[in-house]
Design a protein around this ligand. Structure first.
Ligand code: ATP
Ligand code: MG
Length: 364
């Protein structure tokens, strides 16, 4: 049995849990953990990170610092991650030393490589947008034609917020496109003319219990999430199907914790998977204000082996990301009655996620 296959309660109130990564997701996880009587240790290469300022202790070290990882692992009962690009080796090392990490290294490796991720989707019967592997710029034009002449080239590794992607249509210049995604292994995906984008945020416990939040509808601008609206106005049958796809994914990964599945709803009513995130997700940030149990608390409960909470939504509304200088409107949002969540980032260069607001109204 690997450490992550451990069952039962892994940490009790008063114990310390670990978070790999120091961004806003780690911060909100740490706040939820504190509310449940847990102390948090953070491991991040970044000094003065959003998570470290609400944690008891932080290791500031690169993810290949094996001594620091060992020390961190030994100081916590169980660890989790707040972004998916943590090297699986770092997770494996902590597990080999006897501390469970949820989700496990195998799940991370699948999520980190878009090719592995989409191949896995196909294998388990969660249909992704049509895609093909690209290892050389000369493959781009013929593959684009096979995919219908309109697509998006995505680097296989390390993309987020639309970075490492380029939209392609018709006759293209393959070398500049290749340069734009970092001249590394890539995939080319057919462009999906979608009616809307949905996501399913759901939790699975170590004993296989699965609970999902009502799927929100998501609007992106320039590849970055701008707003999530809940509930989605898509037909109930579509939303039920979306949740069942997320369950299929979570079961296939033997997943423990909260995960998110991003989906396109095509114009003819079909759901296609875009990607999954093995963690709490930006499109679920409203759940902490609009549901009996929010995604951050839910994730901590699952990771610690505690009973999952009730994800029922008590309010309708919208979550808006505050990007860059948009955060300067914080006071106005408070006056307007929105719930404000700021991530404590020191600088606000354009586009950086600085916080979010949730606008609530009673459930209709
Ligand atoms: P994030 O971190 O925000 O999830 P990412 O860098 O992982 O972003 P994707 O989720 O692949 O990138 O793409 C970002 C957005 O770009 C999608 O949510 C969608 O709006 C648009 N997009 C990506 N791929 C496609 C596609 N094949 N067809 C249509 N739109 C797409
Ligand atoms: Mg995405």
């Amino acid at each position: 049995m690997t450490a992550s296959e451990a069952k039962g309660v892994l940490a009790r109130p008063g114990d310390t849990i670990g978070i790999l990564g120091g961004g806003q997701l780690g911060r909100m996880l740490a706040l939820a953990a504190a509310d449940l009587g847990l102390d948090v240790h953070v491991f991040t290469p970044e000094k003065d990170s959003p998570a470290s300022r609400v944690a008891k202790k932080t290791w500031v070290a690169p993810f290949d610092d094996r001594d620091a990882l060992r020390e961190f692992g030994a100081s916590v009962k169980v660890a989790t991650i707040e972004f998916e690009n943590i090297p699986p080796d770092a997770v494996d090392l902590i597990e080999d030393e006897g501390t469970p990490v949820r989700p496990n290294g195998r799940t991370l490796a699948t999520a980190q490589d878009r090719l592995a991720e989409k191949t896995f989707f196909r294998e388990i019967g969660v249909e992704p947008a049509p895609f093909a592997r690209i290892d050389h710029p000369d493959q781009i034009q013929p593959t684009l034609e096979k995919l219908g002449g309109s697509g998006v080239l995505k680097s296989r590794f390390a993309g987020y917020d639309g970075k490492g992607q380029v939209r392609l249509q018709g006759k293209i210049l393959p070398y500049p496109a290749w340069a734009e995604v970092g001249q590394k292994m890539a995939i080319l995906e057919a462009w999906i003319e979608h009616d809307r984008e949905l996501s399913v945020i759901a939790a699975r416990s170590a004993d296989g219990q699965f609970v999902a939040f009502d799927p929100p509808e998501n609007n992106h601008g320039g590849g970055i999430l701008r707003a999530s609206t809940f509930p989605s106005t898509a037909p109930k049958a579509v939303l039920d199907e979306a949740v069942s796809l997320a369950k299929k994914l979570a079961d296939a990964l033997d997943y423990v914790g909260v995960l998110a599945l991003e989906l396109f709803l095509t114009k003819d009513g079909k759901l296609l998977a875009n990607e999954f995130a093995p963690r709490v997700h930006n499109s679920g940030h409203w759940t902490q204000d609009a549901c009996f149990t929010g995604q951050f608390e839910q994730h901590i409960r699952a990771v610690c082996g505690w009973p999952l909470g009730d994800p029922t939504r008590h309010s309708d509304g919208q979550m808006l990301n505050l990007l860059g200088v948009e955060v300067d409107a914080w006071e106005q949002h408070l006056r307007d009655g929105a719930k404000l969540h700021l991530y404590g980032k020191r600088h606000s260069p354009n586009g950086r996620k600085m916080g979010h607001v949730t606008k609530l109204k009673p459930r209709g």
